[in-house]
Design a protein around this ligand. Structure first.
Ligand code: NOJ
Length: 578
């Protein structure tokens, strides 16, 4: 059954936990070194036993794979790398057969440059010309006239590429192989809605919507303020939550989601979204999306040079940020909760300690803190095993277009190659994309062939088989957390109150619901921390923790949190609970 704590407004996803599968790296059934749909179907028991309610599948559509499937060339088929529609239907039936749901990735800010829509649009006379952002060179004819504006792309370099065929530039916020669709064009929008209805009628249960807050651009496409010391400008004021984004999502809701009331989960990936905007996007009365992925908490360790110039996280920043989102969406709207996905480094390496001494403890502490917030938690494949970042030796070990482009650009700009590599090792997306570690065998149980990206050598000890047989593993801790969400209404519905906002070591908060209060404590350090618990917590029962046998507190005395310890206490004494 999906999400067993009932939801007052019938929104089943409030008590659900989502598990993200990155198909390329999850399970390879045919030995070609790339994961596939039959591989996923063969591993569904892992998800069912973990207790998750929803599987989110990263893109499996036909694609030249310039950005591992986030460059789609046909929205209504399956890439032969991953299988075919029959394999998809088998997976969907198997997911439903286990009482879970399946959410597809919807990538409609852009297509692949191989998509027939884009190919047609290259002809200036084509009716599809207006489906993309074609613009003449700024200074007159030819590529020498220069790009129409100064925007930079998220994947380094300019956001415009010149096409000889039509003598014009096209806009791409990501790579040149990912041209942006023009959402001003109604025919394009309605083609997208028809495609979405087709998947829902096939049985899928919703969409994770890629960078969907970027779909509406200011049609004037003005220059942006210069970023850093490079030639490019920041176009985000013209497209982050752009002028018509709410109109588009409301139209999508009317045209697509409204046909399946109460059945779907929709989550919009929204870089740069603010709490205030998120409240609008997720207010049920406005009928747009159920929840958004915001990026604030995974940007706190970005340094002055951006993502690849990381700096240590300050716990007080993390608490302040997440608490603001909890409060901002408390009365209206809903949060998603995540540490990890296919674009983020592994959380145990990032905010925890992936060394042998503290890996399990810090991974379980991080999980506990996240899952006890109010919102829908997302688990990224391998996170439930405490998988860590990969030991990439040289640039030759990386596969991701973002990392490769950044490396080339940084070196061309004269940056120190070792420093650039350090940034990639810490923050590169390939950390999340090394194969899922099923067992200790040479291919980690992921493949019998040569994996498209090497397995992390730590798979000999960090793997699902080992984790399943160890009751203190990260995996079993995730099971307990997911079960707790399903059985404890305070986890789903409880009000959130941050405690100790100025403390750099301990993350502490309460969740209160109808006379039950939970106290959540997480030690974000590798040392012991002494805490003075308020008296009402001295006798409270511990319902979850990651240090076997710790007592809540000795009556009348302080309690000590062990390194990376997490503890959840529960009391049911009514109004004085906080
Ligand atoms: C966000 C996706 O999560 C990421 O993997 C992708 O590269 C970009 N959007 C472009 O689609």
């Amino acid at each position: 059954m999906t999400g067993s704590v009932s939801s007052e407004d019938g929104a089943w996803w409030r008590s659900a936990v989502v598990y993200q599968v990155y198909p390329r790296s999850f399970a390879d059934s045919d030995g070609d070194g790339i994961g596939d749909l039959d591989g996923i179907t063969g591993r569904l028991d892992h998800l069912a036993e973990l207790g998750v309610d929803v599987l989110w599948l990263s893109p499996v559509y036909p694609s030249p794979q310039a950005d591992n499937g986030y460059d789609i060339s046909d929205y209504q088929d399956i890439d032969p790398l991953f299988g075919d529609l029959a394999a998809f239907d088998r997976l969907l039936a198997a997911v439903h057969g286990r009482g879970m749901r399946l959410v597809m990735d919807l990538v409609v800010n852009h297509t692949s440059d191989r998509h027939p829509w884009f190919q047609e649009s290259r002809d200036p006379a084509s009716p599809k010309r207006s489906w993309y952002w074609w613009r003449p060179p700024r200074g007159g004819a030819g590529a020498g006239g220069g790009a129409p504006n100064n925007w930079g792309s998220f994947f380094s370099g300019p956001a415009w590429t010149y096409d000889e065929a039509g003598g014009a530039y096209y806009l791409h916020l990501f790579s040149s192989r990912q041209p942006d669709l023009n959402w001003e064009e109604p025919a394009m929008r309605h083609a997208v809605y028809a495609m979405m209805r087709w998947w829902l009628e096939r049985g899928v249960d919703g969409f994770r919507m890629d960078v969907v807050n970027l779909i509406s651009k200011d049609p004037a496409l003005p220059d942006g303020p210069l970023r850093g010391d490079g030639p490019q400008g920041d176009g985000s004021p013209s497209y982050v939550c752009g002028p018509r984004v709410h109109d588009h999502l409301q139209e999508m809701h009317r045209e697509v989601f409204a046909h399946h009331p109460g059945r779907l989960l929709t989550v919009g990936e929204m870089p740069g979204v603010t709490v205030e905007q998120a409240r609008l996007f997720t207010d049920p009365a406005r009928a747009e999306v159920d929840m958004v992925f915001q990026f604030e908490h995974v940007s706190l360790d970005h340094g002055p040079g951006g993502k690849f110039d990381p700096r240590p996280l300050r716990l007080t920043d993390l608490k302040a940020s997440l608490a603001r989102w909890q409060e901002g969406l408390a009365a209206t709207g809903w949060n998603s909760l995540y540490w990890s996905n296919h674009d983020q480094p592994r959380i145990v390496s990032r905010f925890g300690d992936d060394g042998p001494l503290h890996r399990v403890r810090s991974a379980t502490m991080l999980a506990t803190v996240l899952h006890l917030h109010r919102g829908t938690p997302f688990v990224y494949q391998g996170e439930e095993l405490g998988m860590a970042n990969a030991p990439f030796a040289s640039i030759g070990d990386f596969r991701d277009i973002e990392s490769l482009n950044h490396h080339a650009q940084a070196l061309a700009a004269g940056e120190d190659p070792e420093r650039v590599l350090r940034g990639l090792r810490a923050m590169g997306r390939d950390n999340a994309r090394t194969p899922m570690q099923w067992d200790a065998s040479p291919g980690a149980g992921f493949t019998t062939g040569i994996p498209w990206i090497p397995v992390n050598p730590d798979h000999t000890t960090v793997n699902a088989a080992a984790a399943r047989s160890d009751p203190h593993s990260v995996y079993h801790h995730y099971r307990r957390l997911i079960a707790l969400r399903h059985s404890e209404p305070a986890v789903v519905h409880g009000d959130f109150t941050l405690l100790l906002p100025q403390d750099e070591r301990v993350y502490a908060f309460t969740r209160s619901h109808r006379g039950t209060t939970l106290l959540v404590l997480g030690n974000f350090t590798g040392g012991s921390v002494r805490l003075d618990l308020p008296p009402q917590w001295w006798q409270a029962g511990r319902i979850l923790g990651n240090v076997p046998g710790t007592d809540p507190a000795e009556p009348g005395s302080a309690t000590v949190l062990a390194p990376w310890e997490a503890r959840v206490l529960r009391r049911t004494e009514g109004a004085t609970a906080r």
